[in-house]
Design a protein around this ligand. Structure first.
Ligand SMILES: [Zn+2]
Length: 94
């Protein structure tokens, strides 16, 4: 599998580290969020089939955090975006 980093271009998988599911979001209320919300955030993950958003880190390259949308059935990558841009879009709708 090869991932196309927005800064470095297409690079082999060995340059990246998988950091988990990019669809989970931290409870907004910090310490005020209920125990169930934190339990879900820390421990519960779906086991999807098909397109899924994942967090990857370009460890042997530019050290960018990326959100990779990948088909889990055939590993085809649909899109790669900077995690920063995804977080800003989520927060401010940009
Ligand atoms: Zn890079």
């Amino acid at each position: 599998m090869r991932i196309s980093c927005p800064y470095c271009g297409e690079r082999g998988l060995e340059e990246y580290s998988y950091l988990g599911d990019a669809t989970v979001t931290r409870p907004r209320d910090g310490g005020g969020a209920g125990g169930d919300a934190w339990n879900d955030y820390v421990y519960l993950r779906d086991n999807p089939s098909g397109l899924h958003r994942e967090l990857w880190y370009h460890a042997a390259g530019c050290h960018a955090w990326l959100v990779v949308t990948r088909d889990l059935q055939n590993h085809a990558i649909a899109s790669v975006a900077l995690a920063r841009d995804v977080a800003l879009a989520r927060e401010f709708g940009e």
